[in-house]
Design a protein. Structure first.
Ligand code: SF4
Ligand code: SF4
Length: 449
């Protein structure tokens, strides 16, 4: 077992961490898939309003990857296909039947798993709609069926506040995890690296023998791209695959039961949450139902997927498979109080040492979505380079990307960027470096695809 020390990064200490007990939520009246939050996916719909579907019926196919299907997380009647700007598909909603029917894919046991052909196994996972849980570096798109990855990374935890804790979601699921991991070993046909924060190692004794990397450090030390950057020996490893710990459980369950899994463990947390907790809920559940009992007051924003790497999720939206974090944050006052610049900032959450809070002992604090200032020119403070976990000079990469100097931005390490968002968070000039870097990476990906 290797220990990797990640020196850069930043740990945002927020109030509202989830309690370790898991609350099982009641079955919602409807579930949905939300294509607008599925990165890279271009849906070709195969259902319309009024169609009857089972759990596991195809709702749409990714136009870019024929054969990659997205399946219904519930059985019932398609009640809405809502479209956003430029007719992008927002949600496909299914009103659930009292008794739900399942599409059957046929279970496989351990013996069959050892005998099945590698590509047949991948095809089975693709047909079941779970293959997109396996992603490929450096662009983080769904893994290519025909690729031979040099390695596969499984990250059990996620330091982006807040995500389910491994000792909580793995409790009682050790055998299922072993099965899912073996399936991935067969599908990738490559070494599998399982990583975990060192402080969590004692809490998951049952799987200790499967952990290959313990890491120490701040967000985003858990990220497979960061671990790869610190451990790789050759450029060929840049195309490694990765998956989350809960993704392994979902794949394992699908193969063992031959049916699409319908539940996942997630956290409802953050400074705006009334009762921060872990919950066991339906995949595709409505956000309003997940937050029942703490329906956010006006002025609270809901973020799906973590504070840094998540996306805003309106209350009429739903959570996709693999989205296991719902964080409530205050929007923040539109206009700051008069003479705010004169206030000492005893409670301010900030990376810079401008505020009094940086001289008090570290503790969890609240935070809002307000950026507290407008866009200004770069002042060359170097904060962004100081936090970047993969040693990029974000300000130079950003300038090259803005000028569409592709070669120069690549030479600065654009492809090593793990899209953690820390550079944008710490920038005192409020420059959205992440958005520009992400667009540049996607443009380059489109060019070479
Ligand atoms: S450039 Fe910014 S978003 Fe990319 S890894 Fe560095 S800090 Fe994170
Ligand atoms: S943190 Fe912002 S202002 Fe400071 S060097 Fe980076 S881009 Fe420039």
């Amino acid at each position: 077992m290797n220990t990797v020390h990640i020196k850069k990064g930043y740990q945002l200490r927020l109030i509202g961490a989830p309690a370790a007990e898991v609350e099982v939520l009641p079955r919602p009246a409807r579930v949905a898939v939300v294509p607008e939050r599925l990165r890279f996916v271009k849906p070709r719909l195969t259902v319309k309003v009024g169609d009857r579907v089972k759990v596991g019926s195809v709702l749409f196919e990714d136009k870019r990857h024929p054969g990659v299907f997205y399946r219904s997380p519930g059985a019932g009647t398609v009640s809405a296909v809502s479209l956003g700007p430029r007719r992008l598909v927002r949600h496909i909603v299914v009103d659930l039947d009292e008794q739900e029917a399942f599409e059957e894919f046929g279970p496989i046991d351990r013996g069959e798993l050892e005998r099945i052909d590698r590509l047949d196994l991948i095809d089975r996972l693709m047909a079941g709609g779970l293959w997109p849980l396996v992603r490929e570096l450096p662009f983080r798109d769904a893994a290519r069926r025909e690729a031979r990855p040099p390695a596969l990374f499984v990250h059990l935890d996620n330091l982006d506040p807040f995500h389910p804790l491994p000792p909580v979601y793995l409790r009682g699921c050790e055998d299922l995890f072993e099965f899912g991991l073996r399936a991935l070993e067969r599908a990738a046909d490559a070494p599998v690296n399982v990583s975990l924060a060192k402080e969590n190692a004692a809490a998951i004794n049952g799987l200790r023998s499967r952990i290959t990397h313990l890491y120490t450090g701040n967000y985003p030390a858990h990220d497979p791209g960061v671990l790869l950057y610190r451990t790789k020996r050759s450029a060929a490893e840049n195309h490694s695959w990765f998956i989350s710990g809960q993704g392994v459980l979902l794949l394992g369950q699908f193969l063992q039961e031959g049916r699409l899994p319908t539940e996942q463990t997630l956290v409802i947390a953050g400074p705006g949450a009334q009762t921060p907790r872990h919950v066991r809920a339906r995949i595709g559940a409505p956000i309003a139902a997940l937050g029942a009992g703490e329906v956010p007051a006006a002025g609270i924003r809901c973020v799906a997927g973590g504070v840094f790497s998540g996306q805003p999720a309106p209350m009429d939206s739903f959570l996709n498979a693999g989205e296991t974090s719902l964080v409530y944050l205050a929007e923040g006052a539109e206009s700051p109080p008069a003479f705010r610049w004169m206030l000492p900032g005893r409670e301010a959450t900030s990376y810079s040492r401008t505020f009094l809070s940086s001289f008090t002992s570290p503790r969890d604090r609240s935070m809002s979505c307000n950026r507290h200032g407008g866009l200004r020119a770069c002042i060359q403070c170097g904060f962004c380079a100081r936090v970047c976990p993969v040693d990029i000079l974000p300000q130079l990469t950003y300038k090259a990307a803005l000028a569409e100097e592709v070669e120069e931005s690549l030479s600065h390490g654009l492809l090593d960027c793990v899209e953690c968002g820390l550079c944008a968070f710490v920038c005192p000039s409020k420059i959205d470096l992440l958005e520009t870097l992400r667009r540049a990476r996607e443009a380059y990906y489109d060019d070479i695809a």
